[in-house]
Design a protein around this ligand. Structure first.
Ligand code: PLP
Length: 497
């Protein structure tokens, strides 16, 4: 299996090269040249497997340059039982009738990013051994909250790696901030930036592609790579749980082999939902992928009209991991849906960079609409959805998941399409205690983060994840704040160069 770039079709690299490098030289994203196909028989044969074996079955088709031993080492290390609070790793829970929730937050940082970021450091170090022997990989991360912590946790004390995380100073929840600023490990650093997530992401991207900075790192035998979902090694682990949830739906008797399901995804950078698209292209019977946004509804507008326009107000919402106006992984979808038209993608991305907007042809958006549906949710509806869902079904969801639940309810009301459906749940409700507690009983004022956790536990009875409860006793290690213009200097400072 070889990989090419969304902006230059002539490029061919191995999986290991794509993962170690992170982003293609000319700024494009790595994509597989062709996709493996899974028959219904093959999918059915995965029902009796553990999550680890399901992961191996899917991943070995993509990581053909990894030996069986290497793959086993990576997957067994990433999804070890002591790292996840569910033996199923990513359990599917039936809420009501055809409505099911795929819980992706049982990992060490209580957000779905763990599903990929527990595996990525393994993939990255094996890849680096194959392609960049002896080099120290410097992971630069721009985070809207969850990626930062999950990446720090995944990479902490991993040999031959260093990790630097930048987060928007006012753009993450108090729990998310505390998770990052108390991070342990000898190879980690965290810095706040004055700006929003898009500022952080753009600055990180330009540092990656800055030849001068790269040369200075090379002198020290270091190279940059990315743990953001622009890295193929972040996306490929996410394909696995779509196969896994389908198997679980079969096992629960919710569907028969071959039946179609709908999938609803609370979306930010378009990585999670894109993994669902890859699963569908590989033969998994998915009918519609429903893209759910909060008030930052740039994707809803694009998927409805074909015009992507980031020139709009940016809202800081209660679902901060989705407060994004530049959804990087849409680039990969445009590449695939346009018939691998790299010139077109390069042109659209140049327009986005220069004018902040682009419009695709009627034909292309019509094709995309055959597969994707989209909707967005106001802040008030997020609260009422958390409350009503808890009262009706005794199921407590976090703010991001609530966005998806509301968009799904709207989708069914509008289309009548209520076939068996999986809604991705992307964070533990305790990660956003203030918002969730307020939604449930309007009672978060006055309480500190940990009192809120206790109160939420009292009101709902839902289990408090251990990694969050234990934060209370940890010391803050990182207090740096910098301007986005100064991020490259900060990189040198943090690396002691
Ligand atoms: C990252 C994140 C999302 C958005 O996922 P993308 O892959 O960026 O679209 C949604 N919810 C939570 C809790 C997240 O951490």
């Amino acid at each position: 299996m070889l990989y090419t770039s969304t902006r230059d079709n002539s490029i061919r690299v191995s999986a290991a090269q794509a993962i170690a490098q992170g982003i293609s030289e000319e700024g494009g994203l790595f994509v597989p040249v062709e996709l493996p196909q899974f028959s219904i028989e093959k999918i059915s044969s995965m029902v009796s497997m553990s999550y680890i074996d399901r992961a191996k079955t899917v991943l070995k088709e993509f990581l053909t340059d990894f030996t069986e031993d290497e793959l086993n080492y990576c997957v067994e290390g990433a999804y070890a039982a002591d790292k996840f609070s569910s033996s199923k790793i990513a359990p599917t829970v039936n809420v009501d009738g055809n409505k099911n929730i795929l819980e992706l937050w049982h990992g060490p940082t209580c957000a779905f990013k763990d599903m990929a970021l527990q595996l990525l450091p393994y993939l990255m170090t094996v890849s680096a051994k194959k392609t960049a022997d002896g080099k120290t990989i410097v992971i630069l991360v721009a985070t809207s909250g969850d990626t930062g912590k999950a990446a720090l946790e995944g990479f902490k004390n991993v040999e031959h790696t260093k990790i630097l995380v930048f987060y928007p100073v006012d753009g993450v929840s108090p729990m998310q901030k505390l998770q990052m600023t108390t991070q342990e490990g000898d190879n980690v650093a965290v810095c706040a930036i004055n700006g929003n997530f898009d500022d952080a992401q753009s600055a990180v991207k330009s540092i990656f592609t800055n030849a001068e900075i790269k040369a200075q790192l090379a002198e020290k035998n270091m190279m940059f790579s990315s743990a953001n979902s622009i890295n193929w090694g972040r996306l490929v682990p996410q394909i696995v749980y779509y196969f896994s949830t389908y198997c679980d739906m079969l096992e629960m008797g919710k569907i028969n082999a071959g039946d179609e399901i709908n999938v609803v995804v609370p979306t930010g950078n378009f990585g999670n939902i894109l993994a669902g698209y890859y699963a569908k292209k590989m033969g998994l019977p998915i009918k519609k992928l429903v893209c759910a946004s909060n008030s930052n509804n740039v994707l809803t507008d694009f998927l409805k009209t074909g015009t992507y326009n980031k020139n709009r107000d940016f809202y800081t919402t209660t679902s901060p991991s989705m407060d994004i106006l530049i959804s990087s992984n849409l680039e990969r979808l445009l590449y695939h849906m346009s018939g691998e038209n790299a010139e077109l993608v390069a042109d659209l991305m140049a327009q986005l960079n220069e004018k902040g907007e682009y419009t695709v042809s009627d034909e292309l958006i019509a094709d995309i609409k055959k597969v994707f549906s989209a909707g967005f949710t106001s802040e008030e509806s997020v609260d009422s959805t958390i409350k009503s869902h808890f009262e009706k079904f005794s199921y407590l969801c976090d703010t991001h998941t609530a966005v998806a639940v509301k968009v799904y309810d709207d989708y069914v009301a509008e289309t009548g399409d209520d076939i068996p459906t999986v809604i991705d749940s992307t964070a533990s409700p305790y990660k956003f205690s203030a918002s969730v507690l307020n939604a449930v009983n309007g009672n978060a004022a006055e309480l500190d983060e940990f009192e809120m956790v206790d109160e939420l536990n009292k009101v709902t009875g839902a289990d408090v994840p251990k990694p969050l409860a234990s934060l209370k006793d940890k010391a803050v290690r990182f207090t740096d704040v910098c301007n986005k213009e100064d991020m490259s200097q900060m990189v040198f400072k943090l690396l002691n160069l």
